[in-house]
Design a protein around this ligand. Structure first.
Ligand SMILES: [Mg+2]
Ligand SMILES: [Zn+2]
Length: 167
């Protein structure tokens, strides 16, 4: 996990990263140069933050295991995203990523559709899963959420957050 806030919140929006926050080119997002935040997303996340929701990113980054990029590239992307949020007057509360890929390091518990990352975040922030929602562009995002008792919302890849209703 990267960067945990000490802000208190009793509800949270869990967010997949690639294809939800930033444009998914159809494969891995390997560098900061490829990291393009989808239009309107910063404003939507600010709105949810202002409503009192925690913002927690839950992302599979098996490209690390595949040696397509490394953890410092992931950190750079997350710091860049956090910078955009800070400029807009809010912050993402935590980033969880799974760096494993089953072809390389075998089966892990954290990779979605596994729910371990969601469960860790629920525990870390003492959240009731009923007060949370997870937004993702793949079935495995919804399965990861549901495995932890969190409602999942499936969106179109690269559609952005502007039309998502979390209620
Ligand atoms: Mg995705
Ligand atoms: Zn993992």
């Amino acid at each position: 996990m990267q960067q945990t806030s000490s802000r208190h919140f009793e509800k949270a929006v869990f967010l997949d990263r690639d294809g939800v926050i930033n444009h998914d080119p159809g494969n891995y997002t390997t560098s900061l140069q490829e990291f393009d935040v989808l239009p309107g997303n910063i404003s939507v996340m600010k709105h949810w933050y202002d409503l009192g929701y925690g913002l927690i990113i839950i992302t599979n980054q098996g490209g690390i295991d595949k040696d397509l990029y490394n953890e410092s590239a992931v950190t750079a992307m997350h710091q860049y995203l956090q910078g955009l949020c800070n400029k807009a007057g809010f912050a993402i509360d935590a980033f969880y990523y799974c760096m494993h890929h089953p072809d390389f390091s075998g089966k892990c518990l954290c990779r979605k559709p596994g729910s371990l990352m969601v469960e860790k975040a629920l525990h870390r922030f003492s959240l009731n899963p009923k007060n949370c929602v997870m937004i993702g562009d793949r079935d495995r995002d919804v399965l990861a959420a549901e495995g932890a008792g969190v409602r999942g919302i499936l969106v179109e890849v690269n559609a952005g957050l502007t039309t998502v209703n979390i209620n």
